[in-house]
Design a protein around this ligand. Structure first.
Ligand code: ZN
Length: 164
């Protein structure tokens, strides 16, 4: 990191290449083969990720291990519910692993089927990465100042961001 390299801090726009794996090394998500993730630093990414990237500069590479508490949260058992099969109406096939959009008091949410029989279906409304320790392999590919417009909108414009 050279002395005058821009460091990631609040109000900077950073681009990162990343690969996310779980405890077993299984790849859950990656930017490889696509565009780097470009974001406005200061609350857009999960907490553990922004904390680790703070102060980093272009071409810094880092490995980050993020506990569920600083990632997508711990699993909330109350968000796992068994409901009558008829709630799924016409759906012909309901199998563990399938995802449905459900309307909840907190708004539309993706729920995962964890169990199903002729009478009942058990759904899990936790984020699919809740309870997962996240292992990120990250390379910073760019850091720049956000434009006043980006700061006003609270998001990135241009490549990797909003096109408006
Ligand atoms: Zn905008």
């Amino acid at each position: 990191m050279s002395a005058n390299a821009l460091a990631i801090s609040k109000g900077k726009v950073a681009s990162i290449d990343y690969t996310l794996t779980d405890d077993t090394g299984k790849v859950l998500d990656t930017s490889k083969g696509g565009q780097p993730l470009t974001y406005l630093h200061g609350g857009q990414l999960i907490r553990g990720m922004e904390k680790a990237l703070e102060g980093k500069a272009k071409w810094d590479a880092l490995q980050i291990v993020i506990a569920p508490e600083d990632g997508y949260g711990v699993k909330n058992e109350e968000m796992i519910q068994t409901v009558p099969r008829k709630h799924f109406g016409e759906a012909k096939e309901i199998k563990p692993g399938m995802q449905f959009q459900a309307n909840t008091p907190q708004g539309p949410r993706v729920v995962m089927i964890v169990d199903a029989n002729d009478q009942t279906v058990t759904v899990d409304a936790n984020h699919e990465l809740a309870g997962v320790t996240l292992h990120f392999d990250v390379t910073v590919t760019d850091v720049r100042d956000a434009t006043p417009e980006e700061l006003a909108h609270g998001h990135v414009h241009g490549p990797g961001g909003h096109q408006h």
